[in-house]
Design a protein around this ligand. Structure first.
Ligand SMILES: NC(=O)c1ccc[n+]([C@@H]2O[C@H](COP(=O)([O-])OP(=O)(O)OC[C@H]3O[C@@H](n4cnc5c(N)ncnc54)[C@H](O)[C@@H]3O)[C@@H](O)[C@H]2O)c1
Length: 173
């Protein structure tokens, strides 16, 4: 049977650190490769393999996936919130191109699973007010480039929301 080998991209972020540690408990430390543009997060140090990776470097990403026999990718690399609002084009490029890079390689290498979280936020003229704690937006109408990127891609992709993502959403709602 093929062994699950997992690559977490954006592993040093808010979701990535906790998710990487949780995945290492489930799949074994050496089977979960953490990667990020940043230096390794102190909570990850000594808990398993870490690779410095810019997800925009498709060639390096491809080599990494082949070299480590990766079967699943969790894509968490993103530009969010204030940084994205200051530089929407950068956010659009990174948030969308990273997904396309991963999907292209997944198709070529026949990866088993790709996880890509839902948007941290989608706002628009039809969004409910702040008092609602949680709402399912059946047809979100983003008015900015930044929040619209996950919504755009999400139209064609089944996204998976982790428990920690949901918890984080609930506290922000
Ligand atoms: N945090 C939340 O409450 C929440 C809620 C819902 C959805 N999400 C989604 O989860 C994902 C991760 O969110 P987060 O809060 O952990 O974000 P974060 O900003 O804390 O982490 C993102 C990570 O991506 C890395 N990164 C950025 N550009 C990169 C690149 N080019 N190559 C490699 N790594 C790069 C950053 O260094 C950072 O460590 C996002 O897609 C976000 O929309 C988050």
């Amino acid at each position: 049977m093929k062994k699950d080998k997992i690559l977490v991209i954006g592993a040093c972020g808010q979701i990535g650190v906790e998710l990487t540690l949780a995945l290492r408990k489930m799949y074994g430390d050496s089977n979960v490769i953490a990667s990020d543009l940043r230096e390794e997060h102190e909570l990850l140090r000594g808990t398993g393999p870490y690779v410095s990776l810019d997800v925009m470097n498709k060639e390096m990403l491809h080599v990494l996936i082949i070299r480590h026999n990766i079967t699943q990718v969790y894509l968490l690399a993103a530009i969010l919130s204030a940084t994205g609002e200051k530089n929407p084009l950068l956010a659009w490029n990174i948030n969308m191109a990273s997904l396309l890079n991963v999907l292209d390689i997944a198709k070529e290498e026949g990866l088993d699973k790709i996880y890509w979280p839902s948007s941290i936020a989608v706002f628009g003229p039809n969004s409910p007010g702040r008092k609602r704690r949680s709402t399912l937006l059946s047809s979100p109408q983003p008015f900015m480039e930044f929040p619209s990127s996950p919504a755009s891609a999400g139209a064609n992709i089944t996204t998976t929301v982790t428990a920690s993502t949901c918890a984080a959403c609930a506290t922000r709602a």
